[in-house]
Design a protein around this ligand. Structure first.
Ligand SMILES: Cc1cc2nc3c(=O)[nH]c(=O)nc-3n(C[C@H](O)[C@H](O)[C@H](O)COP(=O)(O)O)c2cc1C
Length: 221
């Protein structure tokens, strides 16, 4: 049976573009593979405790018997989070841009995972080579020639962690101008924003179908 791990990081439940586009991918996959299991971690709804990373990091540098109860609990949760990833055959990471970067709770989730020796930048990662879909949304636009070109400090960092550090086979599905409907400064781009969104859903559904076929082939091999 196929297992998909899905991470959501939007602080919005209603109207979230990353959640909706990720669901287009997930639904297309499940239409082809109804028995697939989806493991979920929703950082938007349930962020990690703010002290967890410091406790996991400190605990990881000292012998087990010397750890505080907080350090032990943090390391146990880090290990549980690592197990969620190692069980999966493929990944969907739905992560918006906040303040020109990565949501703090997504950064914390990655930082905590890196305290688990399996996900350290120095180890051969057990999930390396598996397919991963990075579903991104940005309120504004950051492409070449735009006034804010170079201000996107999220996308390349996420590609570095998931692709270079953890070795996943990353496909990016991104939507820009998601704030055009509510921002008067972006009003002239509303038509383009609607096209972007429609394209992201179409591309996500195509990837969901492709992924189902890819995983079926891998299972048969
Ligand atoms: C607190 C906050 C900060 C944001 N910062 C930025 C930003 O720096 N640049 C940008 O283009 N959009 C920014 N946005 C807009 C989001 O990237 C956009 O609404 C995106 O669609 C959010 O993902 P979601 O639709 O899945 O919730 C911000 C939104 C919020 C709520």
């Amino acid at each position: 049976m196929t297992t998909i791990f899905r991470l959501d990081a939007s602080i919005r439940n209603e109207g979230s573009v990353t959640r909706a586009v990720a669901t287009s991918l997930e639904s297309a996959l499940l239409a082809d593979d109804p028995d697939a299991r989806v493991l979920r971690r929703d950082l938007g709804r349930e962020p990690l405790p703010s002290q967890m990373w410091a406790d996991a990091l400190a605990g990881s540098h000292i012998p087990e018997g010397e750890r505080t109860p907080e350090q032990r609990a943090a390391l146990a949760l880090a290990s549980e989070m690592g197990d969620e990833l190692t069980q999966a055959d493929a990944f969907i990471f739905a992560i918006p841009m906040y303040n020109f970067g990565v949501p703090p709770h997504a950064k914390a989730w990655i930082d905590v995972l890196i305290t688990d020796p399996r996900f350290s930048p120095r180890s051969a990662n057990p999930i390396a080579g598996k397919p991963a879909y990075l579903v991104l949304a940005r309120g504004g636009m950051y492409g070449p020639g735009t006034p804010r070109e170079g201000w996107d400090h999220a996308t390349e960092w996420l590609k570095l962690i998931f692709g270079r550090i953890w070795g996943l086979d990353v496909t990016v599905i991104e939507t820009e101008l998601t704030a055009a409907d509510v921002s008067p400064a972006l009003a002239e781009f509303r038509g383009l924003a609607a096209q972007n969104l429609e394209r992201a859903h179409t591309v996500a559904a195509e990837h969901g179908k492709d992924l189902a076929a890819r995983l079926r082939e891998a299972e048969a091999a």
